[in-house]
Design a protein around this ligand. Structure first.
Ligand SMILES: Cc1ncc(COP(=O)(O)O)c(C=O)c1O
Length: 387
């Protein structure tokens, strides 16, 4: 049975062109980039070539990009590293209520170090309100961090405006762009952001690789101390195969971005129309206007308690989707998704959403089969409903 993978916001399959680079670099370029012999020099050249390639995609200087082990490390570093380096200027940080767990938990850690965190609410569609955020800025504020696209809802945050506000108030701005990078335009040259986190496994690259853009002149403490790689502030032997594959994945996404997103948007529309037609109690979570193509988050009114069962039954039929987000391993305990709670859903509703995320390798037939399976399963789960 061919499985239908509709969980691309959790992670994506590796693109064959990317796999080719990953394999070739692993086999042919295994030297340590810090070694003085030719194998080391070659590895170093490849690393810097990759950095320049990524800088062209992101529109920044190559030396403003620091490779990391993924989005989690980039986000931890941006928040902890920046706050520890700048604590003499203030101790107040502002984030939104729908940030990824790695931002929320970094803030909890910073709170224990004496920092004060303000979490600004989002509206019912899952959008951060810049005017509320502006009012939360005080003379103690040193950092604002708001994600570009939310991983559960797919909502696009007004980061251009938020960055502008932060800079007007002389506060640094970080954005977690792990769900937007490669899918919608992200331009470090245009955006008023001092730090941007990105990763590879959401864009058909390998897991365990990412990068943090740090604008020149931004003070940041290292988290990893060691041999002084990455301009002395992020030590460990560079993962050249992973990095070259990441950059290839970013370049492919960049070159096909427009057409790919049009196609994915069409599939998302088809899914939404089908759900509307087939299920009278379906409702959508997120924003009809400011949503990334590809993430469709929905619930069935009065049947939210059955979302996990639904997910497992879909899995038995060979279909992978998520209930909320798969990016957190504890699945948020009994309180449900903090993102759904942030948009005003009650605890039962917050446990009851299905997230379908469509990617490069999905087809119209995947969407049709998903809708047919879902209809069958919903009839089994609740025969009294007419679908
Ligand atoms: C918005 C967002 N930020 C950060 C991460 C974490 O990235 P990584 O898995 O590369 O550590 C994820 C999901 O994985 C995400 O969706």
């Amino acid at each position: 049975m061919r499985r239908i993978y509709l969980d691309n916001a959790a992670s994506t399959p590796v693109d064959p062109q990317v796999l080719e680079i990953l394999t070739r670099t692993s086999l042919e370029c295994y030297g340590n980039a810090s070694s003085m012999h030719s194998d080391g020099t070659r590895a170093k050249e490849l690393l810097e070539y990759a950095r320049s390639g990524l800088a062209s995609v992101v529109n920044c200087h190559p030396e403003e990009l620091y490779f990391t082990s993924g989005g989690t490390e980039a986000n931890n570093w941006a928040l902890k590293g920046f706050c520890l380096a700048n604590r003499s200027k203030g101790n107040h940080i502002i984030i939104s209520s729908i940030e990824h767990d790695c931002i929320l938990n970094s803030c909890r850690w910073l709170q224990k170090q004496g920092f004060i965190i303000t979490i600004v609410p989002v509206d019912g569609f899952g959008i951060t309100q810049p005017d509320i955020l502006e009012r939360a800025i005080s003379d103690k504020t040193i950092l604002v961090s708001v994600m570009h696209v939310n991983n559960e809802l797919g909502t696009i945050q007004p980061i251009a405006e938020i960055g502008r506000i932060a800079h007007e108030k002389k506060v640094a701005f970080h954005t977690d762009a792990c769900q937007s990078f490669g899918k919608i335009p992200l331009d470090a040259g245009e955006l008023a952001a001092d730090m941007i986190s990105i990763n590879a496994h959401k864009i058909y690259g390998p897991k365990g690789v990412g990068a943090l853009f740090i604008r020149k002149g931004t003070d940041i403490e290292p988290l990893l101390h060691g041999g002084g790689q990455e301009q002395g502030i992020r030590s460990t032997t560079e993962n050249i195969p992973g990095i070259t594959a990441f950059v290839k994945a970013a370049e492919v996404c960049h070159s096909v971005q427009f057409e790919e997103q049009v196609r994915i948007d069409h599939l998302s529309g088809k899914l939404r129309d089908n759900l509307f037609r087939r299920f009278e109690n379906v409702y959508f979570n997120g924003s009809p206007e400011h949503n990334i193509p590809g993430i469709v988050n929905f619930s069935f009114s009065g049947q939210e308690g059955q979302a996990i069962r639904l997910l497992l039954m879909l899995d038995e039929e060979g279909i992978s989707v998520s209930a909320g987000s798969a990016c957190s391993s504890n699945h948020e305990g009994s309180g449900g998704s903090h993102v759904l709670r942030a948009i005003g859903r009650d605890p039962v509703e917050s446990r009851g959403a299905v997230r379908v995320s469509i990617g490069r390798y999905n087809t119209e037939s995947d969407i049709e089969q998903f809708c047919d399976s879902l209809t069958r399963i919903m009839q089994k789960l609740n025969p009294i409903y007419s679908f």
